[in-house]
Write a protein that binds this ligand. Sequence first.
Ligand code: FCB
Length: 443
Amino acid sequence: MTDKIFLPNDSMMLSTDFIYGVATASFQIEGGATNRLSCIWDTFCDTPTKVADGSNGLIACDHFNLWQQDIELIDSLGVDAYRLSISWPRVIKESGELNQDGVDFYLNILDALKSKNIKAFVTLYHWDLPQYLEDEGGWLNRETAYKFRDYVDLISQAFGDSVFAYATLNEPFCSAFLGYEAGIHAPGIKGKRFGKKAAHHLLLAHGLAMKVLAKNSPNSKNGIVLNFTPCYPESDLLTDKNATVFADDYFNQWYIKPLFDSKYPEIMAKLPKEHQPEILDGDMAIISHPVDFLGVNFYTRAIYRADADEHFIQIDPPEPRTDIGWEIYPNAFTELLVSLNEKYSLPPIYITENGAAMADKLIDGVVNDTDRIDYYHNHLNAVNEAMKQGVQVNGYFAWSLMDNFEWAEGYLKRFGIVYVDYDTQVRTIKASGHAYKELITNR
Ligand code: FCB
């Protein structure tokens, strides 16, 4: 284990043009729930057994009240950028009009970031769909894509030129598959006939929003954030290899291929008709609207074996694993970036999330998370290796600025480079936070 993060001396990631940041998401940190509409995650949290510790996002890290000190904290880490998400139910009323109090909350944050010369990377949808839209079918309702476009239209006008980069969606795979197929994320709907339909409407929402952003905010970099869990076969058997390609198309390529090739992977034809999305004329052209950047989130890989009924099954991840059970396998990060670069004609990439949940202990005011430092060291070097192989990566964001509400895991899993005591809301920079700062400030 190491107590430092270091890159080779000739690394392009040591250039001051390379952007380093920290990332968060609205529902995971804000709290302030009485000042906004209810969202699908509020409902999900209220449903018994859905969230591991029975918790919710009503207070979370109380960032709604503590945002000023949190911006100071971000600044103290020496980062170039902060990736935050906008809570749709905070800024839009049920009538579809702007909620000015909610807008002001974010305008104040954007102003504070500007005054500190920190670039704002704004994600417009990080999973907190207003509940009133879910009541009308949520992402299974095509109309939601147009509601998203209208929200993006209003909010991007309100934000003017204070945003450096907009991402339409965070990880549509998670919204669609985990939320509407596996049912382990909000809104908790289960069934293979739902996942790809939700995915199509999410991607449509992305494309519609890109057009609006190009008009309202031509000077910002506008794109999308996708997550990738690269797929590896359990053995060299052809059946396992084929199963792995199928899984990769189903989980990963499904979300990127429409953006850059204007079509879904060919496995679509192998899905039963009732599992396929309804694609209307012109949809794929909307979805493949050019993007200025691709945001890539990476945490781990997955290993597959062939299965006669289900095409593939995922096997349990081998050691070493993080506290959330995800295998630590940085090589997959390099291989992912290189392979995406080969497969598609990509704009510059930002690594919009990467990080690890570890079983942190706050002892005498210190969190000595050398395991997390190791993770960052190895994964930053994996990105560096991909850049050496020709991939254009312009920035990297640590997930996360601070411990927060980790979705179905509640507050049990800590991803922060800053420790949060949820009883007192005291923040303590972990050793990994100090190491990250040192890397950035020593460039
Ligand atoms: C990603 C999410 C993010 C966080 C990390 C651990 O899938 O985008 O909000 O929960 O995983």
